[in-house]
Design a protein around this ligand. Structure first.
Ligand code: SAM
Length: 286
């Protein structure tokens, strides 16, 4: 069999056409085939950059079948680019299925990085960027959505959510119901003329959205929650009190030494020596 093609995951702008990279334009011009989430949408981008590469549709409803066809093309040596309507393919957009199929078939997969709403929103939010968790869209099912939000409790990372414009107020109310008051950032219309950042807490966000829902695409960011760590029961006890605690429960001294070492993440020998020394000293005094 001849050389296999390469599968490129090409990021496209999330609003501002200037965010298209030189490399993305070149790759989309050079590949044999572009698999686009919505060909009618992508044709506008291609026209803007004078790209005339053949396109096929590749969306959530035909992802499985279409991946088979695209893998066939790649196995025959043709290069394929995957693009979504906006941003990075595979991030709350089709793309992942193709990547796994290519890996199975030993086809090279490479990314052409560019815009991603989650990352752009995170870096300008002012929230902690060291640790973050991207959750994408919450479930449309009320019960499942509630469970998903419930699981966010106690997360120390910054949480990032995507939401469709007409569901943003509903989602904010659900966040308030399950998480209570939390600090959040709403980032709207990234890279576009009306890009705005709103910072505040959830209850104020609901009022803000209900007063006049600013239209557009949103990323919701929730500040991580620093929960006070529960101290272990022995944290206030010295070694003798710790031993007395176990003896009172009818545990033999030998096993109590083991437990103490485990609790304190200490060497058993060190704990053992401490009590042996005490015992010897006690005997000397008698
Ligand atoms: N693959 C895309 C990416 O890399 O960001 C995400 C696609 S997802 C189907 C669409 C969601 O991304 C929107 O509902 C919104 O939450 C977010 N989004 C996309 N473009 C945005 C923008 N310009 N401003 C704010 N959020 C945006």
């Amino acid at each position: 069999m001849g050389t296999k093609g390469v599968c490129y995951l090409v990021a496209t702008p999330i609003g501002n056409l200037e965010d298209m990279t030189f490399r993305a334009v070149r790759i989309l011009s050079e590949v044999d085939l572009i698999a686009a989430e919505d060909t009618r949408h992508t044709v506008k981008l291609l026209n803007h950059f004078h790209i005339s590469t053949r396109m096929v549709s590749y969306h959530e409803h035909n992802e499985k079948d279409r991946s088979g066809y695209l893998v066939g093309e790649l196995l025959e040596g043709r290069n394929v680019a995957i693009v979504s309507d906006a941003g990075t393919p595979g991030i709350s957009d089709p793309g992942h299925e193709m990547v796994t199929r290519c890996i199975e078939e030993g086809i090279t997969v490479t990314g052409i990085p560019g815009a991603c709403a989650a990352i752009d929103a995170l870096v300008i939010s002012g929230l902690d960027t060291k640790k973050f968790t991207f959750l994408g869209f919450l479930s449309p099912d009320k019960k499942t959505r509630g469970k998903e939000i419930e699981e966010m409790k106690g997360y120390e990372d910054t949480l990032i959510l995507y939401e469709a414009p007409h569901k943003i107020t509903r989602t904010m109310k659900a966040l308030y119901e399950y998480l209570g008051e939390r600090e959040i950032v709403l980032v709207r219309e990234l890279t576009k003329i009306h890009e705005t950042i709103w910072r505040g807490n959830i209850s104020r966000a609901i009022i803000y959205l209900e007063e006049k829902l600013p239209r557009g695409e949103y990323v919701i960011l929730i500040k991580g929650e620093k929960l006070a760590k529960e101290e272990p029961f022995w944290s206030e006890l010295n070694l003798d009190q710790h031993m007395a605690y176990y003896i009172d429960q009818g545990i033999a001294r030998k096993d109590a030494v083991k437990n103490i070492a485990k609790d304190r993440n200490a060497q058993k020998r060190v704990i053992y020596d401490y009590f042996m020394k005490k015992q010897d000293m006690g005997q000397e005094q008698e």
